[in-house]
Write a protein that binds this ligand. Structure first.
Ligand SMILES: [Zn+2]
Length: 175
């Protein structure tokens, strides 16, 4: 009996800890989204097709997807880290504040030079990026973010994104 009781107690404690963690994550996502929306007129987000990733990980019983284990691990990281939540909050707050959100295809952004545009796998070495063509160097994440920004700028020049149009309408209404 005592052991059973202890087990229930432990389970409750775990549930409470998980709830606290979820709340902390939500608070954090709120703060980050608020800060981003406050300091930028245009926010570029990587197009992530989160749903496609989650769906593909399960596969089907007759034909389980390849790398299911790896994908499940990735999903756990993507979903657990509150990234989906953060996106939702950024998009919602941006809309409220009539900010522009541009979704950008991030493919090969880690291999592309943010200065000259050259794409090469060899330019990327772990956390460092050094362009094999022009010699530009930076932290790999910073370079990739600059590439995303450039793509967002190009996307804006070549025509308005639907989300952007919504933002514009909001701005017109506010003006
Ligand atoms: Zn370069």
């Amino acid at each position: 009996m005592a052991r059973e009781h202890g087990r229930i107690k432990a389970r409750k404690r775990l549930a409470r800890a998980k709830e606290r963690q979820a709340n902390a994550r939500r608070d954090y996502a709120h703060k980050v989204a608020r800060r981003l929306v406050n300091c930028a007129d245009v926010i570029a987000l990587e197009k992530l097709s989160l749903r496609a990733m989650t769906r593909s990980a399960k596969g089907i019983a007759q034909c389980p997807g390849r790398n299911v284990r790896a994908k499940v691990g990735l999903n756990r990281v993507v979903l657990d880290s509150g990234f989906g939540l953060l996106r939702q909050m950024i998009v919602a707050k941006a809309e409220e504040a009539a900010r522009t959100v541009v979704e950008v295809d991030s493919r090969f952004s880690s291999q592309e030079c943010s200065r000259c545009g050259h794409v090469a796998r060899e330019s990327r070495r772990r956390r460092r990026f050094r362009c094999v063509r022009c010699g530009y160097g930076n932290h790999a994440d910073v370079n990739a973010a600059l590439v995303i920004r450039r793509r967002a700028q190009l996307a804006r020049k070549s025509g308005l994104h639907p989300a952007e149009e919504a933002g514009r309408r909001g701005q017109d209404a506010a003006a």
